[in-house]
Design a protein around this ligand. Structure first.
Ligand code: NAG
Length: 223
């Protein structure tokens, strides 16, 4: 490869990266510390009022979620009460429910970003997930009801509120083997409190949102 073609190649890589990466600005507005988990991205401790600007490449499919009551040693090993990812501060795998969840898939069909909030892994921390760029895309997802406080007894968990799938592990709640999977009293508990979030796996109609690729996003914990 000549120096010239190499330079062009590097320039293209630079342009591609700088125009297509999306930034997720994650703010901990809670009065308590939250350890954010992100795949990809790892994780970070956010004291009350702190933010983390997480940049991900184009076409990334990923998720961001809050973890609570964590203890980590100097090497980033330990445990969280909710959302724990194999005991690591910098997550490599998804969290252990219950945890509120922001999911996204960037630059998909028609270069659209798809994003949603899911309570299919339960709930731990109130959250808002919204586009933050100053473009035309403004519709975000807000879930700030007192789900932990009102959680049905069967679903209560230390630090959060479980989705019934995690507790009962039946097809009625988990919708694993396709077929007819409908809302239940438990899924309606979540849906009435957070109408824009997934309350059970087949909830797509009212729970998936899109923005043009290239949009940046804001995640607020305790909005
Ligand atoms: C997204 O954020 C980055 C970093 O702050 C910025 O350079 C870029 O212009 C933003 N994109 C949009 C569409 O606002």
């Amino acid at each position: 490869m000549t120096t010239f073609t190499l330079s062009i190649f590097l320039l293209l890589i630079f342009l591609f990266r700088s125009t297509n990466a999306a930034v997720f600005t994650i703010l901990n507005n809670c009065p308590y510390t939250v350890w954010v988990g992100a795949v990809p991205g790892g994780g970070q401790q956010l004291n009350s009022g702190q933010t983390w600007a997480l940049s991900v490449p184009s076409s990334t499919v990923g998720r961001i979620w809050p973890r609570t009551n964590c203890n980590f040693d100097g090497s980033g090993r330990g445990k969280c009460q909710t959302g724990d990812c194999n005991g690591l501060l910098r997550c490599q795998n998804y969290g252990t429910p219950p945890n509120t969840l922001a999911e996204y898939a960037l630059n998909q069909y028609n270069n659209l970003d798809f994003f949603d909030m899911s309570l299919a892994d339960g709930f731990n921390v109130p959250m808002e997930f919204k586009p933050s760029s100053s473009g035309g895309c403004t519709r975000g997802i807000l879930c700030k009801s007192d789900i932990n406080g009102q959680c049905p007894n069967e679903l209560r968990a230390p630090g959060g509120c479980n989705n019934p799938c995690a507790v009962f592990k039946t097809n009625e709640y988990c919708c694993v083997s396709g077929g007819n999977c409908s809302p239940t009293d438990f899924s309606r508990f979540f849906k009435t409190r957070c109408p824009d979030a997934y309350s059970y796996p087949k909830d797509d109609q009212t729970s998936t949102f899109t923005c043009p690729g290239g949009t940046n996003y804001s995640v607020v914990l305790c909005p």
